[in-house]
Ligand binder design. Structure first.
Ligand code: TXA
Ligand code: MG
Length: 359
């Protein structure tokens, strides 16, 4: 780990081979290298090097119980990590969606260190679509483990500047290739027979998957499947400002320094002191997703007393957006005006007043 990470820029439309070779060698040598992907920036390391993996967990402050995704440059490399190679159903999905934002959780081979899988028998594998990410993996000659390049529980980075903010003093190298395309993480699936079970909604929609395979969601009551997704606790992607997710508009909630986050620029009547922030146009949720984490960072920096966020309640990429917004709100979702007003009052009461006499 260095005092401050070296930052290099690689243009994805005109890749500088010398820089790729340098960053690939750093990965192979066990360094911690933040890499661009089409979803979010990842904190990459040699997935076959237990010391490097330990460094990733330490830099992020991530509990050892939360397994890492391993990134490959193609099916041949994936086959080295998966017991018996990719099964038929996974081969079909790889043909349809790799390279791309699909992570498949499958039984691991012996070469995958236990630290990657949190001791479990399965490994999550994905082949990223970002040309710089794939070039770096190929140059390193090894599979590359990469969780999102944020401190544990925090908002995922979609630009190199976000990575600097999160981990700049804890890692060796940051490869900047511009803003991430999708802006939300990959879709994570496991398999039950020939059925794909979605463990995390992401940039690849359930609808797109369903064109190629039978798809099932992990239900709330589905304890086994949820245990297969150990990193999925409800406080994640979190701003420091308290947040509430909602499916209704504010009605007559308490006044205060509160920002109401929704879509479009339509005028919503707001209680006194509340301001309005748009995540973008409801008719272009791909764009809402792309800008989502940067917007959450911006909202957090504004240091309001409370962020109230309207869910999209939409299918497609709306599922991934709503999942992240719900986690940003630590799982607090209100579905009626009365419940929202109550939750707002509760958060404002819990907030310590700067002047104790005015409590
Ligand atoms: O788009 C992405 O997936 C990004 C970029 C960098 O590729 N990576 C990413 O990694 O989001 P991370 O570590 O932030 O999230 C990975 C998720 C975690 O929630 C983890 O629990 C789950 O994938 N996961 C990884 N391996 C798993 C396994 N063997 N079984 C079940 N879940 C697994
Ligand atoms: Mg993450």
């Amino acid at each position: 780990m260095s005092e401050s990470a070296r930052l290099i820029t690689i243009n994805p439309t005109s890749i500088d081979d010398a820089l790729v070779v340098e960053a690939g060698a750093a990965l192979a040598a066990g360094k911690l290298v933040a890499i661009p992907t089409e979803t979010v920036y990842g904190l990459g390391c040699n997935a076959l090097d237990p010391d490097a993996i330990a460094g990733v967990f330490e830099a992020k402050g991530r509990p050892a119980s939360d397994p890492l995704i391993v990134h490959v440059d193609g099916v041949a490399m994936a086959d080295t990590l998966i017991e018996g190679g990719l099964p038929t159903v996974a081969t079909r999905l790889a043909a349809a969606f790799w390279p791309g934002p699909l992570t498949m959780v499958l039984p691991k081979t012996e070469i995958v260190p236990d630290a990657i899988t949190s001791g479990g028998p399965t490994v999550g594998v994905r082949c990223p679509a970002h040309p710089v990410a794939r070039a770096l993996i190929t140059a390193s000659g090894v599979p590359v483990a990469a969780p999102s390049a944020n401190r544990f529980g925090r908002i995922s980075p979609t630009t190199a500047a976000h990575v600097v903010e999160e981990l700049g003093d804890r890692i060796d190298l940051i490869v900047d290739a511009g803003p991430a395309d999708h802006g939300v993480e990959s879709t994570v699936v496991t398999f039950e027979g020939d059925e794909a079970v979605i463990l995390r909604h992401g940039a690849l929609t359930a609808e797109a998957l369903a064109d190629h395979v039978a798809v099932r969601e992990v239900g709330e009551a589905d304890a086994d499947a949820r245990a297969a997704a150990p990193g999925h606790d409800l406080r994640h992607y979190s701003p420091r400002t308290p947040a509430i997710a909602t499916t209704t508009t504010p009605g007559d909630a308490t006044e205060g320094d509160i920002v109401y986050v929704a879509y479009d620029d339509r005028a919503i009547p707001l209680p006194g002191g509340w301001s309005f922030f748009s995540l973008g146009d409801r008719s272009d949720l791909e764009l809402v997703a792309r800008n989502l984490y940067a917007n959450l960072r911006r909202l957090d920096a504004a240091a309001h007393d409370l962020i109230v966020i309207e869910l999209t309640d939409a299918a497609g990429i709306g599922r991934a957006i709503d999942d992240r917004l719900t986690r940003a709100a630590s799982g607090i979702v209100t579905t009626t005006d009365v419940a929202l007003a109550g939750a707002v009052a509760e958060v404002l009461q819990a907030k310590p007043s700067p002047d104790p006499r005015r409590r």
